[in-house]
Structures are given as structure tokens and as C-alpha cells.
Design a protein around this ligand. Structure first.
Ligand code: OAD
Length: 237
């Protein structure tokens, strides 16, 4: 079945997941080499984990920040999205579950980071957030309120509200094309975006290495490496 041509739509929402950054050397979560195969979510990615063992949580995110800054570069998939957006005349919203900055690196204008950003920190006392590149520790001081020890990665942990839903959900309700890329479709609310878009009449496309949990509900599906599939789909090859 031929895939639809995104240039023929007016309102596009794209959702990306860890698969889009896999070829940049950043580990996914649930594949064989995925982070959640090695580490326990409950010990690293919940507010309770941070209260119980902040040192361990800081070490995990500090290490991921190091990898991102030292070795990860945007790949062909990130560039395909950015290049398409730069010439597309309709409305284009890029929503990412990824906490890296590789969409920005490729030139995407305003990716919405549903699950927060590794290169930002937030004070648990005053909620002020700032850009960071170095390590966070249990002694980090908030530049805004001066509080000590409450700085945390600006990451959405399990049990917390994803960011910018108030902008994303209306866009999903009015989009005519929804494209899901490199995500296993297991974490809500992102996993529910397909249904919201479809209910409102959008054509839905999955681009992924393997069929996701929701694959059967998409109108179209193309499987392969993001760096191969995206330049073809978005006509940027
Ligand atoms: P997952 O690890 O659950 O899924 C990654 C998806 O990418 C899988 O469907 C793979 O088949 C696919 N994939 C792997 N390599 C690929 C490649 N080169 N090209 C295309 N696809 C590829 O990651 P997410 O779905 O992003 O949340 O996970 C969602 C959320 O769960 C994450 O944002 C994170 C995690 O817990 C938080 O930390 C809050």
C-alpha cells in the first residue's frame, strides 16, 4: 500500500520516540539493549525514587547528559523532519517524548518535549527551571530562590503530568495527518494520541523499526530504520 504524501496535508502532528535517536547512539527504553532492560523504573524515574535516593537518580541522569553532550549527533531522521518542516506551508507540530536535544540540533523549530529535557533542571522548591550542561548533585543550588538540594532534572517522571498537553491536544484534534515515529506506543498519554487524532478524522501513519503495540490501529505503517524511512516518507532524500 502506498504511503500518503505529507505534502498534500494542511495540519500535521508528528510524535517521535526513542527510536528516532537510536542511530545517534542513544539507547531506547524497551528494545533488547533498552535502558529499562538494565535499570528499574521505580528506582530512577519516579518522584518517590528521587526522594528515597537522590544521589542515584542524579547519577543516572548525569550520565545520560554526558553521553548526549559528548557523543550524540542528530542523524538523517532528525534532519528529514527539520528539512520537511522548513519547506512545508501548512501547520506542523513536532511532539517528542525524547529528552535529548537532537531535533533542535537538526534545525527543528520548536519541538514540544512532552517528557521534559535532559539539558534543563528545575528547582523542586520554587519550580524555576534553567538550562544546564554540567552535573546536578544533592548540593546544587537554585539560582532563582537559593534553595539547596532540591534541584532535579527537568524530566517528567512516572506519575507526573507530561508537559505542554494544553497545546498538543488541540493540535491533535484538528490535524489531518498524524505520524508516529520510533515509539513503542506503551506510555500514556502519548500512546493515546493516535486515538485522539483518528477520532477527529486524521489519516494516521506509523514509521517504526518494528510494529508497535498500536500498529493495527494506524491507517498506514512502514517498517525500517528511521534514517531510511523518514527521508523517503518526507521527500527529503
Ligand atoms: P521505547 O524504547 O519504548 O520504544 C522505542 C521504539 O523505537 C521501538 O518501537 C523500536 O522498535 C523503535 N526503534 C528502535 N530503533 C529504531 C530505529 N533505528 N529506527 C526506527 N525505530 C526504531 O521508547 P519510547 O516509545 O520512546 O519516558 O518510550 C516512551 C517513554 O518511555 C520514554 O519517553 C520514556 C520511557 O519511559 C520517560 O522517561 C518519562
Amino acid at each position: 500500500m502506498n504511503l500518503p504524501d505529507p505534502r498534500h496535508f494542511k495540519n500535521i502532528v508528528v510524535l517521535t520516540g526513542a527510536g528516532v535517536s537510536a542511530e545517534s547512539g542513544l539507547r531506547t527504553f524497551r528494545d533488547n539493549n533498552g535502558l529499562w532492560r538494565e535499570y528499574r523504573v521505580e528506582e530512577l524515574a519516579t518522584p518517590e525514587a528521587f526522594t528515597k535516593n537522590p544521589k542515584l537518580v542524579h547519577a543516572f541522569y548525569n550520565s545520560r547528559r554526558h553521553t548526549l553532550l559528548q557523543s550524540a549527533k542528530a542523524n538523517k531522521a532528525h534532519f528529514a523532519l527539520a528539512n520537511f518542516e522548513s519547506t512545508f506551508e501548512g501547520n506542523f507540530l513536532l511532539v517528542t517524548q525524547n529528552v535529548d536535544n537532537l531535533h533542535e540540533q537538526a534545525g527543528s523549530k520548536n519541538p514540544h518535549h512532552l517528557h521534559g529535557e535532559l539539558l534543563r533542571a528545575r528547582c523542586g522548591l520554587c519550580e524555576h527551571s534553567v538550562d544546564i550542561e554540567g552535573d546536578l548533585t544533592c548540593q546544587s543550588i537554585c539560582r532563582h530562590c537559593g534553595g539547596i538540594g532540591a534541584m532535579r532534572p527537568d524530566i517528567v517522571w512516572f506519575g507526573e503530568m507530561p508537559q505542554q498537553l494544553e497545546l498538543i491536544e488541540p493540535a491533535l484534534s484538528r490535524c489531518d495527518l498524524f505520524v508516529s515515529i520510533g515509539t513503542s506506543g506503551t506510555v500514556y498519554p502519548a500512546a493515546g494520541f493516535l486515538r485522539l487524532a483518528k477520532t477527529n478524522g486524521a489519516i494516521t501513519v506509523e514509521l517504526n523499526l518494528e510494529a508497535s503495540a498500536n500498529s493495527g490501529f494506524f491507517d498506514y505503517c512502514s517498517l525500517g530504520l528511521a534514517s531510511d524511512v523518514l527521508p523517503n516518507f518526507f521527500h527529503t532524500a
